[in-house]
Write a protein that binds this ligand. Structure first.
Ligand SMILES: Cc1cc2nc3c(=O)[nH]c(=O)nc-3n(C[C@H](O)[C@H](O)[C@H](O)COP(=O)(O)O)c2cc1C
Length: 346
């Protein structure tokens, strides 16, 4: 019986072993059966088995062998182990199906990263009016004037040093960010530098100057600002207070899959895309441009942080629905694509 087991092990590739382990070792009883079974085989056979495994696997088995001294019912053990092994072909089928699906999706996604010249009439070509370059401000909105971005004192005005020193920072102190510093950071990522009729230019480039992003922020530690969720208003350089939110630091940590520093920071910025602003002109090929642009935005933030001695980290791992819900976005015409916590490095 044990020989069969060894043979089957030897024939397994790493993937099969992994599925076997996942299945067998989910249950503590199965682990024990397995260990006791292999414990019972002769020294030579055990060596052969261990040789056929990867070093991590054999080290783990050896450590388990030392720990498990209990007596075992070999017949039941073999049955259990065999039942696990019998599941391997089905698990393999599942793996293969998942792999094929992942391959298909990967290829589709590669395609939309390529440049495409669309054979379509865009809404702009059809004479449909241009969408607003800024989300509407509700009548009863609480607006806060921001100081001029030039009021923030720079520790490091040399752009070359900022580029050389830039790094992703994930540990922040309790030091407050001043309102002038917040103003400077917002301006660096989305400030308006030039306005023309029906066209405006920001501190970051954007395909066709469409500028499809809105910036939201969760303020935790900024001098003179109430804790809460805000939206940046680039036209006029203001903040719009949206709401207070209980336990926001812990919520953000959770919504970013346990990345605590996303909540435990002075402020966390969120970039929401409104795809139609770009699609109005470029239709379905806009996605590529819009994602590139979120990188420009965050890179400016990285460099601006560096220049005031603060730090940030671009974050793409977050729970889409939870963050969209938190910011009251519909997730269809407007949704988050990127976020970045900021603070002074601890
Ligand atoms: C698109 C993008 C997504 C990222 N997402 C995360 C993230 O979710 N969590 C994280 O800790 N770092 C994230 N990072 C930061 C990278 O881990 C970091 O840039 C990388 O390790 C290189 O380090 P450096 O920025 O210090 O040069 C992301 C960076 C980019 C550009």
């Amino acid at each position: 019986m044990q020989f069969q087991l060894i043979d089957r092990f030897k024939q397994m590739n790493l993937k099969e072993r992994m599925s076997f382990y996942n299945d067998a070792f989910k249950d503590e009883n199965n682990i024990n059966y397995f260990i006791r079974l292999i414990k019972d085989i002769s020294e030579n056979e055990l060596t052969a088995l261990l040789d056929s495994l990867t070093s991590d696997e054999s080290e783990w088995i050896k450590s388990q062998l030392d720990e498990n001294k209990a007596e075992v019912d070999l017949e039941t053990a073999e049955k259990e182990i065999s039942a696990c092994l019998d599941k391997v072909p089905a698990l393999m089928k599942e793996y293969v199906e998942k792999e094929v699906k992942a391959q298909e999706i990967t290829e589709q996604r590669h395609n939309w990263m390529k440049h495409e010249n669309p054979d379509i009439l865009s809404d702009q070509m059809l004479g449909i009016p241009m969408p607003s370059p800024q989300k509407a401000i509700p009548d009863n909105a609480v607006l806060i004037d921001l100081p001029a971005p030039t009021e923030a004192a720079l520790n490091e005005p040399d752009i070359r040093t900022c580029m050389a020193e830039r790094a992703s920072r994930r540990k922040f102190s309790d030091k407050e960010l001043s309102l002038a510093e917040l103003s400077y950071l917002l301006w660096s990522m989305q400030g308006i530098r030039k306005e023309q009729p029906n066209r405006h230019y920001k501190t970051v480039p954007s395909g066709g100057a469409r500028q499809p992003f809105e910036t939201y922020l969760s303020v935790h530690n900024v001098t003179g600002l109430e804790t809460g969720i805000y939206r940046y208003i680039p036209f006029g350089h203001k903040l719009l207070f949206i709401k207070k939110e209980d336990s926001i630091k812990d919520k953000l940590s959770e919504y970013c899959y346990g990345q605590k520093f996303c909540g435990y920071c002075a402020v966390c910025f969120f970039w929401a895309v409104i795809p139609y602003r770009t699609e109005w002109r470029y239709s379905y090929v806009s996605s590529k441009d819009m994602l590139i642009e979120s990188g420009h935005i965050c890179q400016n933030l990285y460099l601006a942080c560096e220049s005031i001695g603060a730090g940030t980290c671009g974050i793409a791992a977050y729970d889409q629905n939870k963050i969209d819900d938190l910011l009251e976005l519909d997730g269809k015409d407007e949704f988050i694509v990127y976020l970045a916590p900021v603070g002074y490095p601890a």
